[in-house]
Design a binder for this molecule. Structure first.
Ligand code: SAM
Length: 324
């Protein structure tokens, strides 16, 4: 964690200052709140600013994959050594995850790229990638950017390549440790810090974040009222988010989304209502639409799922959201 980042981080529980050793960059150690004395670990260069144990879908997925590979050596061989063209999109994703965890970053990147091409319609990929670039273009001259729900960091990587310092955050410590390793491998580590935190308990003081971004973050945060409220609290500038909503008459996906707490992306008016309830004024300066179908389950990692949604074929309305 770079010195500049340590200076803007705060305790996620009480927003007190965090005392850090006087170093240019902290690789491993602890950050202690000067107000409430809670202590947070810094591991592999990632500040883990989580209150207690939280769900880590990346850690759980890695454990399931390790168990499947350990159970049966032929599964490991098929997953890791088959030609890319012989695996479906889900298994390609799992191959990328295993290789990334093992530090085989180039082979992992090839597997993830093949997975993206196998899983998603070219129209969807074109629309999504154009909006990711448009989002970066709207950041302007902000000193630094807070990205939430950063996951594997498609948006963070683009922001760093555009030369902006960015703090990547995700509730998964495993995802942040992997993202840091991946961005270091790409030579981008000097512009990025990775912090594990819940978007619903952000480790920043009020009105200190120049710009916040997210790509497919709101789509993956169930019951997001706390997260939207926290973003409102910490942001001095706009929230820029790439994401999508479903058609208002898409009952199959709408029902599944509501059942799992994602009502806010069921359609554009639901997203507007969630944002406005948290004090944001949303606009949608860029948009496009693209077909989407449920992603297949793994065949080598039998039954392994990649995406929870959509549950039925649909047409997604993609947007860059700019909220103030
Ligand atoms: C699809 S990924 C986001 C993709 C990513 N933004 C990118 O640019 O590649 C969704 C992420 O949301 C994270 N997430 C879910 N709930 C969260 C929360 N409450 N706070 C922070 N991150 C959360 C998950 O761990 C997951 O990594």
């Amino acid at each position: 964690v770079h010195r500049e980042t340590l200076e803007v981080l705060a305790c996620p529980a009480c927003h007190g200052n965090l005392a850090a050793p006087p170093v240019a960059e902290l690789q491993d150690g602890a950050l202690t709140c000067t107000a409430c004395a809670r202590s947070y670990e810094v591991r592999d260069g990632v500040a883990i600013l989580l209150a207690g144990d939280s769900d880590d879908i990346w850690r759980d997925a890695a454990a399931r994959l390790d168990a499947a590979l350990a159970r049966d050596p032929t599964t490991a061989q098929r997953l890791l050594d088959s030609p890319l063209a012989e695996l479906n999109g889900a298994d390609l994703t799992f191959r990328g995850m295993v290789l990334e965890a093992r530090g085989e970053l180039e082979r992992a990147a090839a597997a993830f790229a093949a997975a993206d091409a196998a899983l998603y319609d070219p129209g969807l990929r074109g629309c999504r990638d154009r909006l990711l670039d448009a989002c970066v273009g709207r950041i302007g001259s902000a000193d630094w950017v807070l990205d939430v729900a950063s996951g594997r960091g498609a948006l963070v990587e683009r922001i760093a390549r555009a030369g902006r310092p960015v703090i990547a955050t995700d509730i998964s410590a495993v995802a942040m440790i992997r993202l840091r390793a991946r961005l270091s491998g790409l030579g981008l580590a000097d512009r990025v810090d990775c912090v594990a935190c819940d978007a619903g308990a952000l480790p920043f003081m009020d009105a200190t974040v120049p710009v916040a971004t997210s790509a497919l973050g709101l789509e993956n945060i169930a019951h997001p009222a706390r997260a939207l409220g926290e973003l409102r609290r910490v942001c001095a500038g706009p929230l820029l988010a790439v994401g999508h909503t479903y058609p208002p008459d898409d009952h199959a996906n709408g029902t599944a989304l509501r059942e799992r707490g994602y009502d806010h992306v069921a359609d554009r008016s639901a997203l507007d209502a969630a944002l406005e309830d948290a004090g944001w004024r949303p606009t949608y300066p860029e948009s496009c639409s693209a077909p989407a179908v449920p992603t297949p389950l793994g065949e080598v990692i039998a039954g392994g799922a990649v995406d929870g949604f959509p549950v039925a074929p649909t047409t997604l309305s993609w947007h860059v959201l700019e909220a103030r």
